[in-house]
Design a protein around this ligand. Structure first.
Ligand code: URA
Length: 211
């Protein structure tokens, strides 16, 4: 019998929630930690929180999150059955002319945040990781990951999981139109279906006990 990871993930989350290891702690509203099932075989990792996530304290709850929910539905994946997280846990943004917009995280911010992702993934030990977008793939698959060439390809024996794949980011898909949008959305659904099937085939964790 093994125990659930839930209490330990809560402890990691509590520590992360007061992290001040990089400058993003000065501009964030709150830390956006991962959520879902900490005993899941399937983990999805995005880039980092945006405006809505920063306000609401949950991953993928903005426009990209709405599309992710839709495609997860098509792939028969429920949020509560997976672990859903990001490479960085605080919003990276820049304010210009009174407007605040997201920006790609800097390497020092990604490095400072790595300990939280590392702690999450080492605890959960997923069978399958889906990197949502190139930044996650660069972090979790290999440093020079090229989405155009390597999307949908399975990588085995990666640092945090026996199987990892990278899929198109819903924020990228939302910038496409017409047939391009339809094709990219379909790729994401297909990649998620494959990931779910692989996770279902993975050896079951030993029966969980709450004690
Ligand atoms: N929301 C997230 O939580 N992560 C992303 O990568 C994009 C939007």
């Amino acid at each position: 019998m093994t125990t659930s990871n839930a209490p330990q993930i809560k402890q990691i989350e509590a520590k992360a929630s007061v992290c001040t290891d990089c400058g993003l702690s000065e501009t964030r509203t709150q830390v956006v930690f991962g959520e879902g099932n900490a005993d899941a075989a399937l983990t999805l990792v995005g880039e980092g929180p945006g405006d809505q996530e920063d306000r609401r304290g949950r991953p993928f709850v903005g426009k990209a999150g709405k599309l992710l929910d839709e495609v997860m539905g098509d792939a028969q994946i429920r949020r509560e059955d997976i672990w859903l997280t990001n490479v960085i846990k605080c919003r990276a943004c820049v304010t210009e002319d009174g407007f605040t917009r997201n920006r790609p995280p800097k390497m020092e911010e990604i490095k400072a945040c790595h300990k939280w992702l590392d702690a999450e993934l080492n605890l959960i030990q997923p069978a399958v990781i889906v990197c949502i977008g190139a930044p996650a793939a660069n972090r979790l698959i290999h440093r020079n990951f090229k989405m155009t060439q390597e999307r949908g390809r399975w990588f085995t024996d990666t640092q945090y999981a026996p199987f990892a794949i990278a899929a198109l980011h819903p924020a990228y898909i939302l910038r496409l139109h017409g047939d391009d949008f339809t094709a990219a959305r379909r790729y994401l659904v297909e990649d998620l279906i494959e990931a779910r099937e692989k996770a279902e085939d993975a050896p079951q964790r030993q029966q969980l006990t709450l004690f």
